[in-house]
Unconditional design. Structure first.
Length: 202
């Protein structure tokens, strides 16, 4: 999947796009639980309103939840992903693929920050990958300068990956709201527990 630019709610990491016939928007009312991982995506969390649940495969193992995020007069869009880990790819390689896909998506993409972030709940520090980009993209039907954030966490056990993508106007300050949305969700322990040992992430 590709982590696409701007506000497209698309797949994250697989190298080839899945057939459209295998993908679908799910008709959901209220909170929705991803049965395979036991992760619940609430309809509303604070100022964030869920706008979409999308399955990228027929078995609904690979899913995303899109949220609109408002703070003051600022509007952003965040997509959260839970999907099976590729057995032949470590976390650093997976995040490098995300960065390459973002860099290739717009001619003017610039990487402005790259650091380590906490686990999805925020409990374990410096165990996830994070990057911030600037680019030109479409927000609310208008082409404009954007800030975009990418996040990837590889839980212990290597079964699932957790990723997030946020985009908003470059004049907005929604970085903390992006992190608060991520940390405010009720993550099951197996999706929030980092790998142990020095070789867990390269």
């Amino acid at each position: 999947m590709k982590l696409l630019s701007g506000l497209i709610l698309g797949p994250v990491l697989m190298l080839a796009a899945l057939p459209a016939s295998a993908q679908e928007d799910l008709r959901v009312e209220g909170d929705w639980t991803h049965a395979a991982s036991d992760m619940t995506f609430p309809e509303r969390l604070g100022n964030a309103l869920r706008t979409r649940i999308h399955a990228y495969d027929a078995e609904q193992l690979d899913v995303s939840a899109g949220y609109s995020l408002r703070r003051g007069g600022d509007l952003g869009f965040v997509t959260l992903y839970v999907y099976p880990a590729a057995p032949d790819r470590d976390c650093a390689e997976s995040f490098a693929e995300i960065e390459r896909n973002v860099a290739q998506s717009n001619a003017d993409v610039q990487l402005v920050a790259q650091d380590r972030w906490p686990s999805p709940s925020g409990r374990a520090p410096d165990v996830a990958y994070h990057a911030r980009f600037t680019m030109t993209g479409t927000l609310e039907g208008k082409q404009q300068p954007l800030t975009s954030e990418s996040y990837l966490f590889c839980p212990a056990g290597g079964t699932w990956l957790v990723a997030a993508r946020g985009s908003w106007s470059r004049s907005a300050t929604l970085e903390s709201a992006f992190a608060e949305l991520l940390h405010g969700l009720q993550w099951p322990a197996h999706l929030d527990t980092p790998r142990a040992g020095p070789s867990a992430d390269k």
